[in-house]
Design a protein around this ligand. Sequence first.
Ligand code: ASP
Length: 362
Amino acid sequence: MRTGLCAICLAAFLAPFASDNFIFAQSAAQPAAGSPTHQWAIAIHGGAGESEWEHMDTDTAAAYHDSLAKALAAGTAVLKNNGKALDAVEAAVEVLEDDPLFNAGRGSAFAADGANEMDAALMDGATLAAGSVAAVSATRHPIALARAVMDHTPYVMMVGPGADAFARTQALEQEPPVFFFTEMRWKEFVSIMRANGKPIPPRPAGVPPEAKPIAMPSLVPHIFAHRFGTVGAVARDSDGHLAAATSTGGMQGKLPGRVGDSPLIGAGTYASDHSCAVSGTGVGEYFIRLTLAREVCTLVQEGRTPQQAADTMIHSELPALKGGEGGVIVLAPSGDAVWSSNTLGMFRARQAAGHAPEIFVK
Ligand code: ASP
């Protein structure tokens, strides 16, 4: 089962693959995508992980590339029209939520009972207004629901059936379990449950029986590696305001009711015009303990560059907690977009006004 404890075991198993050289290739000396002269900028991510990068074939890499390009284009379309950073991050994340390749919205991971419980949050750096939802199971775009919580309630966070019920009052699209189900994510879930000696629940209601019995992936160690796949976006608009958004199905095989870092303001998501905007991905329990996203912004406020701040948290503080794995995207008020991850890879992309999109899959 994908609890934090299990993640620690996997981290130990995977440690030999995460060579220092590779990690530095992920983070050091990246050219900045933006500069003070660029009006708008955006960065997105589609999760950090391990085995995806070890075994990814060219067709899969191309599919992820196209998906990231589409999401980036949705965000830049808002910014090019002088739209708000908040609208841009929501637009980008909605595209990724609809894309079954990612662990958010359609394609979400499964809790131990076989249900999808999705988490999402966004934050407006101009006002520090924020909205978040956890353990929602019927709302097609959890990020839109987080936005509705921010815009139309006095609250910051809503959870579970109450949050889905609120979505209905806001006329947000509702979907049955079969909509969120993907065979790929279910196979991965089954392999993880088997590997941990846990019972495999029935397929969700309305999902057709599997065409072929699932092969025995539990005998192949690399399949057990992390499959984070959370999605997120950070943006700066032409008024100079920042925003951040994150959406996830959480960790595969989590106990029903477990909530990760993504919807917790300051842990997996944070934005302030005075420091930076951050969206994280990784083993949520460690991001929560470090209030990682807020910490990155605090370091920026204290004078570190966004890259230094991100690297400090991702390469020093996070791994200092055994099992702390993941990555962040960070956008500074200048529009500089950077990232840092201590896993083998992180799906990511960025673009600033006047620049071509940059998309990194491998
Ligand atoms: N951070 C997410 C969580 O712990 C997982 C992920 O990033 O994929 O729920």
